[in-house]
Ligand binder design. Structure first.
Ligand code: BES
Ligand code: ZN
Length: 753
């Protein structure tokens, strides 16, 4: 099962929950990503008998950094590095020890020089390995005031893809190594001793001593480059002082790269660094990044504060991408597009990842979460706004419909499991921080922010966002701080509404029935917790504050009535609805809940699917709810399959994609049963008309979504054993292998599935 974030390496080491039964992630956004992306729902420690841990303690604040002067000299042959830290610090209370984070680093010497005073050498370094801390002990009291902390240290350029690590690549048939960093969440401490907590911000002056034929990059632009006095083969590269920032956003890269460069309309120099000889493959990301920076500047009404931004493809990379301020690192597949060989879904993925990481430059980097508990907000927000950005840059992608299939329904599936967890969880020790980078933080986070944006309205939402960014820029903030700004901008009870979605796990199923009273339609609406394993008769069923909008067939894209449901049930009277008009709850499929309509209401919606008057996103949502209810045993699967007949005229790629996944789940469930051939035949019949319509070859003037749809439909027909499709696929594959007729990039994935 593929999913959202490829932190696979980190996560493989973690205990996992049994894989939840979720829909096999849509072929939509994720087709090109072969790696399992991340824990669907992170491991919840209560499920495992973990050894008792000492309570986690944050760093003391009696000594804190103001500026890190950091010199690093990596050795790309021995895989070690030497470091010199000269940190300007403030002592707020007299002490004879300094506690910092430090992991897998050997300190050689440490001393403290009070401003205008004598140097005091540390007499001991007490490593607390499990807590990833070191205590520097001094023979006398460091008095309140400013001073300089000097530490010489050595470390290993490790092969663990975290901290300061080596990344392997080949150049003209020769194996070589680059030295790169990945610090989020808590691995800056593996590159230099530091106060590695997001709220302990400081400025950084970084100098790298590197072989003179290598590219050296860091968060800021180069201000000086000179030969290294002790070794002619090396150069000393000094970077400009950073703004005040958190350690997890610091980055440096030393290696061999080519780049393409452009200037965004707001004057920022943008470069995309690629492997040598592949600069061409950086052009697509460059175009996205140069369009995205001014988009965010305008959306947030806050300019990007650095003079440059580099986006770089790293050969060995654990995550998909990392938003280091001014030097964003990417897995190669999340940044590079080969104009000849990359398919439409790869292009879309690159656009989304670039949109996501650049959003963090404001939301995360400029304003940073106070502690990792608020990480969901960082990631959920970026996972929402990446779609807004891609919709701006590529309206032809119809990306919001894809959001519903890729993130929203995925989050609903996972959050309906008993082993889900609230979005907002308390975290302490680094190992707990890693656990929360999961689909609940990302996809549910993004979905509830989308719901919130819709509840507030774009204008007030932007007003609140701007107030938040201005108030907390270069500082730290919590989830509550954002709610407060949005509450002030909108006059709505944001904290109360949002707490019900972020502090308790799960979501409601909204049960709806209707009666016609003259020209009025009276709806009976109730909420209860939706469980993937079926309804429960819990006494103390939680309540959500559910923004519910309602539309009718008179105008399916326009909300006719809105309510905020904060009780178990209510009645809503809608005036002037003709008896033959249908009612749809949750137009746009923005509310984070599932809906169970009475049979009559559902029946009345079918013509809206058939004649396409219901929006694509609503056709998708309706179908997805039905499959989910069937899986939970709340309605009959046969009834759901009957509804599928209403999709005969369906033209929309994402609707087909979601439907295809749901039928795929059913087909898997029925495999090795007597019904398997029946469901395969059902799938063949459903997909044949659209397959015939699309054909095998793209037509002139076709768009992005046609390319995606063709791959999806032919792949589905092939999987369902459609003979003509399989024969033609074999013929085309033979011709491809023989070099007679090369397969188009968009058909390769379904062929190789
Ligand atoms: N900040 C994360 C990357 C990260 C998270 C690194 C946790 C290390 C630990 C970054 O912004 C991110 O979310 N990356 C995603 C891609 C994104 C488009 C969803 C990823 O890595 O897959
Ligand atoms: Zn992110």
């Amino acid at each position: 099962m593929s999913c959202r974030v490829s932190l696979s390496v980190i996560r493989l080491a973690l205990p996992r929950n049994p894989t939840p039964i979720a829909k096999p992630v849509s072929l939509t956004l994720r087709a090109s990503r072969l790696l399992v992306r991340f824990n669907s729902v992170s491991s919840v420690s209560t499920l495992f008998s973990m050894p008792e841990r000492r309570p986690f303690v944050r760093l003391p604040t009696d000594v804190y950094p103001v500026n890190y002067g950091l010199r690093l000299k990596p050795d790309l042959v021995d895989f070690t590095f030497e470091g010199k830290l000269e940190a300007a610090v403030e002592v707020t209370q007299g002490t004879n020890q300094i506690v910092m984070n430090c992991a897998d680093i050997d300190i050689i010497t440490a001393s403290f020089v009070p401003d205008g005073g004598e140097e005091i050498n540390a007499t001991g370094f007490n490593y607390q390995n499990e807590d990833e801390k070191v205590t520097l002990c001094f023979p006398s009291t460091l008095q309140k005031g400013s001073g300089s902390l000097k530490i010489d240290f050595v470390g290993e350029l490790n092969d663990k893809m975290k901290g300061f690590y080596r990344s392997k690549y080949s150049s003209s048939g020769e194996v070589r190594y680059a030295a790169v960093t990945q610090f989020e969440a808590t691995d800056a401490r593996r590159a230099f001793p530091c106060w590695d907590e997001p709220a302990i911000k400081a400025t950084f002056d970084i100098t790298l001593i590197v072989p003179k034929d290598r590219v050296a990059l860091s968060n800021m632009n180069v201000v000086d480059r000179k030969p290294y006095a002790e070794d002619q083969s090396l150069v000393e590269v000094k970077f400009a002082t950073t703004p005040i920032m958190s350690t997890y956003l610091v980055a440096f890269v030393i290696g061999e790269y080519d780049f393409v460069e452009s200037q965004s309309s707001d004057g920022v120099t943008v470069r995309v660094y690629t492997p040598v000889g592949k600069a061409e493959q950086g052009k697509f990301a460059l175009e996205v990044a140069t369009k995205t920076l001014p988009f965010y500047k305008d959306y947030f009404s806050v300019p990007y504060p650095l003079p440059k931004i580099d986006l770089i493809a790293i050969a060995d990379f654990a995550a998909g991408a990392m938003e280091n301020w001014g030097l964003v690192t990417y897995r190669e597949t999340a940044l590079l597009i080969d104009p000849k060989n990359s398919c439409a879904s790869s292009r879309q993925w690159v656009a989304l990842v670039v949109g996501h990481e650049l959003a963090h430059q404001w939301f995360g980097n400029l304003v940073t979460m106070e502690w990792w508990t608020h990480l969901w907000l960082n990631e959920g927000f970026a996972s929402w706004i990446e779609y807004l950005c891609v919709d701006h840059c590529f309206p032809e992608y119809d990306i919001w419909t894809q959001f519903v299939s890729a993130d929203y329904t995925r989050a609903l599936d996972l959050d309906a499991l008993d082993n889900s967890h609230p979005i907002e969880v308390d975290v302490g020790h680094p190992s707990e921080v890693d656990e929360i980078f999961d689909a609940i933080s990302y996809s549910k986070g993004a979905s509830v922010i989308r719901m919130l944006h819709n509840y507030i309205g774009d204008e007030d939402f932007r007003k609140g966002m701007n107030a938040y960014l201005l108030k907390f820029q270069h500082k730290n903030a919590s989830t509550e701080d954002l709610w407060e700004c949005l509450e002030q901008a909108s006059g709505k009870p944001i904290a109360a509404v949002m707490n019900s979605w972020t502090k308790q796990m799960g979501f409601p199923i909204i049960v709806v029935d209707q009666e016609q009273h003259g020209s009025d339609r009276v709806l009976k609406i109730s909420q209860k917790k939706f469980c993937a394993s079926g309804p429960r008769n819990d006494e103390d069923c939680p309540n959500w504050m559910v923004p519910i909008s309602i539309c009718t067939s008179e105008d399916p894209s326009c909300t006719k009535t809105k309510i905020l449901l904060d009780q178990p049930e209510t009645t809503v009277n809608i005036t002037n609805v003709a008896p033959d008009h249908w009612i749809k709850i949750n137009p746009g499929t923005v509310g984070f809940y599932r809906i169970q309509y009475s049979s009559a209401m559902l029946e009345s919606l079918l013509p809206g699917i058939r004649d396409l008057t219901l929006l694509p996103v609503d056709r998708l949502g309706l179908q997805n709810d039905l499959f989910s209810l069937a899986r939970a045993g709340m309605i009959s699967t046969v009834e759901v399959l009957k509804v599928m007949e209403a999709f005969v005229n369906e033209p929309n790629y994402t609707v087909w994609s979601d439907l295809s996944c749901n039928l795929g789940v059913l087909s898997s469930l029925l495999s090795h049963t007597d019904f398997h051939e029946d469901i395969q035949e059902f799938i063949r019949d459903l997909f044949t008309p659209i397959g015939m319509k699309l054909g095998w070859d793209s037509r002139t003037g076709e768009g992005h979504l046609d390319a995606l749809l063709r791959g999806l439909v032919l792949g589905k027909l092939g999987k369902a054993g459609h003979k003509a499709t399989l024969e033609e696929a074999r013929r085309r594959f033979r011709e491809h292998v023989e070099g007679k007729q090369i397969l188009s990039a968009d058909l390769r994935s379904p062929f190789l599935m």
